[in-house]
Structure formats: structure tokens, C-alpha cells
Design a protein around this ligand. Sequence first.
Ligand SMILES: [Zn+2]
Length: 303
Amino acid sequence: MKTYPYILQPYKGMSTRFVCPACKKRDKTFTLYIDTETNQPLHHTVGICNRLSKCGYHYTPKQYFIDNNLAYTKPIYCTPPTSLTQQAISYIPESVFAASLKQYSNNHFVQFLSSLFNADVVQKLVHKYYIGTAKYWQGTTVFWQVDALGKIHTGKLMLYNPITGKRVKQPYNHIHWAHKTIGQTHFNLRQCLFGEHLLAHNNQQVALVESEKTALIASVYLPDFIWLAVGSLSNLTLKKCSVLKGKTVTLYPDLNAFEKWNAKAKELSAICEISVSNLLQHNATETEKQQGLDLADYLVAFM
Ligand SMILES: [Zn+2]
């Protein structure tokens, strides 16, 4: 008789059903795949949502193994070979993430947003992009990197000036990482795009920028796009952008980075319909070009 290493967890009351990582309906609509030998779930995102037409989320064990570069063979969960466990991507515990989603009156970046937009808009932005608050420095903001399956890759901790909205770079560049603060020694980081979770069940066109701040602010002015940020130019690679496969994408480079992004666009055109906006190039003055004005500055000043 053929036995399967993973099955959908049989129903034994509501403790065996969970909140779907995609649609996040409060009623527990989600069934996990469990290991038939240990009865343990494979991963909290691997399962199926029962809202078939409205949500349709179904993450199979097979796909999970593919996504994490693991071989889909039965012995894996008995004695995981070290070579395979080393490759598995690490994620931030949901409790750490959830605990950061508050204290916005102490969050310098949110204070800056409140000087640009009304309270309702700010609140929606904070929820939409999962902006977090940390105590690392007084006023620290966390930009969580959550993928389309709800897995939390890391969070970028940054400190802003609450009045100007500029990053604090003196006496040192105030940037740190959530995965370095959770006391896990072997964290196998793979960054994802900021805002990547918004791609789930969404067919809107994508706009890609460098900084998290720009993505957030532009999403208010130009809401017809899903605004995502790469965080830094070095993340603008085919591998990190593989989630954009098949999408229509517009790159919005900062003023001093137009040529570099143009070159990257050619690379990314292998997987998506891509164009590079010259909105800033066309409209900026010489001084602004020298200052490396970004789209957020432009939108705040002129729209
Ligand atoms: Zn669902």
C-alpha cells in the first residue's frame, strides 16, 4: 500500500483548523498538511484554504520543498541531512513580528507620515505595509519583508528624523536587522521585496523603487500600482525579483541611479514586462538631479 508522507490534517474540532495566511479570515478556514509519522505540521503556511473561490490559497508540500531547495523525499523529516537543513531559509517568528505592530506614537517615520497625510491614510498605510516599531533606538521603524505566503524573511530597522523624514546617518548610519535581534545564531537569511505580500491575489501592475519610504509615499499618490521596494540596488536581481515573473512592472529609479536601473531592466525583461519611468529625469532641475532627488521627494513637493 502506498502511504503519503504528508496529508491534510483530519478535522478534530476547531483546534485543528487555522487562520489562512493569505486571506486571514478570522474564522479558521485553513487546513495544514501534517507529517503522517509525527503528526506535526510541515510549516504554518503549507496547507489549503477552504474559501476555494474567494481565496484559493493552496500551498502544497511539494511546492514548499521546491521553494526551499529541499529534496522531496520521505527520509527528510526522519533524519535531515545537514546539507539540506543548512539550505532551508530561516524566518522571523510571528510573535516577534506581531509584537512590533504598535506604539506608533513613538515611531519617528510614522510621525513624519502624519505630517504629510491625514490620520486615516496613515493608519491604512501602516496596516497595508506592516510598519513596525522597535526600541532599538528611540523612535525606530521596522520595515518587515513579508512574502506572498505570509512568511517573514526579516525586518529592516531604520531611524528617521520625524520632522524632515530623512534617515539618521550621524554619528553613524542607523540601520539594523530584525534577524540579528532575535538571538538565533544560524539564521539563513534570504531577503524578499518590501511589500511582496501585496502580490498575493492581486493583478494590479507593479511599480518598483529603491527605498521603502518611497514605496509607501508613492502608494498614496499613485494607488493604481502595487508599490514595492528592493531596499537597495544590490537586491535588484533576477533571483530576488523572481516573484515578479509574468507581471507588468515599472521601475522608478532615483535621479542618480537612472542608468544603473536601466541596465537592470534589461536583465529583468527575461521574466516580466518591464519599463523604466523617466518622470523624474524629465521634470527635475539640475540642482535636484545633483541632490539625487527621489520620487517621494518629488511627489511630496509637487502633487
Ligand atoms: Zn484563504
